[in-house]
Structures are given as C-alpha cells and as structure tokens.
Design a protein around this ligand. Sequence first.
Ligand SMILES: Cc1cc2nc3c(=O)[nH]c(=O)nc-3n(C[C@H](O)[C@H](O)[C@H](O)COP(=O)(O)OP(=O)(O)OC[C@H]3O[C@@H](n4cnc5c(N)ncnc54)[C@H](O)[C@@H]3O)c2cc1C
Length: 349
Amino acid sequence: MTSRILIIGQGLAGTALAWRLWERGVPFLIVDRDEAVTSSKVAAGLITPITGMRLTVSWRYEIFYREALCFYRACGKRLKRRFFLPRGYVRLLKNEPEIAKWHKRRRDPEMQPFLHRQTPALNAKVLHQPENGFQQRHAAWLDTNSYLESSRRFFETLDSYTTADVQPADVQDDANGVEWSGQRFSHVIWAQGWHAEKHPLFHWVPFQSALGTILTVQADLQGEKRILNRGCWLLPHSDGTLRIGSTYEWQFAAPNMSSPVALGELDAKTRALLAVPIKLLATQTAVRPIIKNRQALMGTHPSHPRVAFFNGLGSKGSLRSPWLARHLIDHLLDGSPLDEELDLLQNEV
Ligand SMILES: Cc1cc2nc3c(=O)[nH]c(=O)nc-3n(C[C@H](O)[C@H](O)[C@H](O)COP(=O)(O)OP(=O)(O)OC[C@H]3O[C@@H](n4cnc5c(N)ncnc54)[C@H](O)[C@@H]3O)c2cc1C
C-alpha cells in the first residue's frame, strides 16, 4: 500500500496539511482549482488573543499561538520569506457597558499573559476618541498571500502540486486506498473550505458559513503600525494602504458579493474610528468556512475510512491551521486519537 496522500484544496487548511506531511517525509499531492478569490486569499491573516464582544481569550489560544509561531517561522526559513509578523494590537472600547465589562474581565488570570502593561498612546489627529483602549501582546499578522504562494511554488518544485477541479465522483476509494486521475494514494483529505457543503459524503456537516468583506483604503495614519480595533479592525501596511474589516453575512445570494447594507455598516464603523480622510482602493469578498457550534472538524468518513475531512477553520484559519493539521496527520499516520471536540465521527449529526 502506498502512503502517498492526496489533499484537495490549497487554502490555509490544505497548505498546513501539506507542510505537516513534508515535515514527516510523507509524499503527497495537493490539488487546487486555483480560483482567483478564496477565503484564504482574501483573509486579513490577523491572529488576536482577546476577541469579540465578550472580550474573552480565544479558544486554546496559547496552544495554537505557540505552534503557529514555530510553524510559520520554520516555513519562512525554508522559503526565505517572512510572512509571520508579530504586531501590537489595540482594542478600543466602544461605550460605557463595554468599559465596565472590560474592568471585570481584565482581572481574569487567563488574560494576564496577553495584556500590555502600558495604556496605549494614540494620536487624536488620526483616531476619533482614542482613549479607553488596551494593548494586547502575542498578536500577529500572517501575510497569507505570501505564505500560500511561496508554499505552492515550493510544492511545485517537489512535483507535489497540481491544478485541477477535483470532482468527488472522480475519486474512487476502497478499504486499502484511493485512486484519482490514474494515481494511487493511501488517503484523500478534502480541505476545500465552504465548498464542502456540496460534497456528497459530507453534506450532513452543519455548515453555517459567513460571507465577509474587507476594504483596502489609502489613509495617512501618521506612522501608526499597530492593528487598531473599535467596531472594525484596521491593519496598516508599510506602503501606506490599510485593510479594514470585516463584515459577517449569514445569508448571501452570491459568494463574492457583499450586500450594500453590510458595506454601509463597515463604512460607518470606519468613519467613526478614523479621523483622517480615506480613499477606497478595493473591496474583496469571500466565504469563511464555519461549522455550526464547532471550532473545526476533522477525521475520516464513518463508512469511507480512506476519505478524510478537514474543515471549519472559521475566522481563525491563520492561528489554528498549523496545530489542527498536525493533529489530523498524526491521527492518519500513527492512529493517535482525535480530540473529542474536533472529531468528525463524534460530532456526527
Ligand atoms: C473577509 C474575511 C476575513 C478573514 N480574516 C481572517 C483573519 O483576519 N484571520 C484569520 O485567521 N482568518 C481570517 N479569515 C478566515 C480564513 O480565511 C479561513 O479560516 C481560511 O481561509 C479557511 O481556509 P480553508 O483552506 O479551509 O478554505 P479556503 O480558503 O476556501 O480554501 C479551499 C481551497 O480549496 C479549493 N477547492 C475547493 N473545492 C475544490 C475542488 N473540488 N477541487 C480543487 N480545489 C478545490 C478552493 O479553490 C480553495 O483554494 C477571513 C475570511 C474572510 C472571508
């Protein structure tokens, strides 16, 4: 039996899987249909410890962050690129109830590793209401396009990457392995993002994917380099542009088109935060693969043991994919048990 593994999809999920196999010396073929717009290509790549309206530390952040840091640095070293960039992250509190909530939350022991000691100094010429903020430690920005592109080029040099639109019906599996395009593999791993909603073997997975839009604008932040957040986040780039996001639309007619309402809300939040003029350069929209009430799901299909699934990275693909990918590969190659919360079979509906 061959131990070569077929991966469908070269987003953040498939790329991390491929690297994990490469690290272990296991041959693989990663196949992607090379769409111009995908969730991973649009993603801002923000990695943030304290998130959301509830101001809590993101699920298993310390574990995921430690692994992501080592993983991206090692990939960067191999590819002679730096795509994992630690960044200051300032969260501004938007109103009195949020300030009151934060005064309670900030004492939680689990918060302490992520809190910067000093109150962030912000420029009132750049931001409206720059007071009432806190700066987070261990936040970062992953340059997703650089990571995906340079990884792809590397996999091409190994003859381990190809472009194709893989139809589920064209992948034949039996008890010993999988066949696609005349080639034999030990397993196939479907890492196709929200498109898995239509996969005949996985249509029962409760996807609840959300459309998201990010704006690219020109604005003079007068040297501010940190990521800023109040209602929306701003990611300044060295070329003077910044990315602003993002929207969440749970109902959508087309995967690459935001509604005027969602865009209007993002624009209003941006103008409430920024006190300087802005010029819109671009908008980008894609679908985040989210699985209802799950942080991610992985594992083999209940009646197709050679067909595996890796999905549901939601809005945390940059942070979580390195740890999650290693977890699945260890399971497939060594038989190590999957975490109950992430195991496809234990979360079957
Ligand atoms: C607006 C927006 C902002 C975001 N911001 C962040 C952020 O700041 N930080 C963060 O960590 N995450 C962010 N995300 C989420 C992040 O993008 C996702 O977690 C991640 O991209 C999911 O990766 P994936 O590989 O599972 O899916 P995808 O990126 O969708 O990749 C799937 C790949 O599979 C390919 N594919 C699908 N079907 C087939 C087939 N049949 N044959 C061949 N190829 C196929 C697709 O073309 C695609 O390349 C954001 C997402 C959006 C939309």
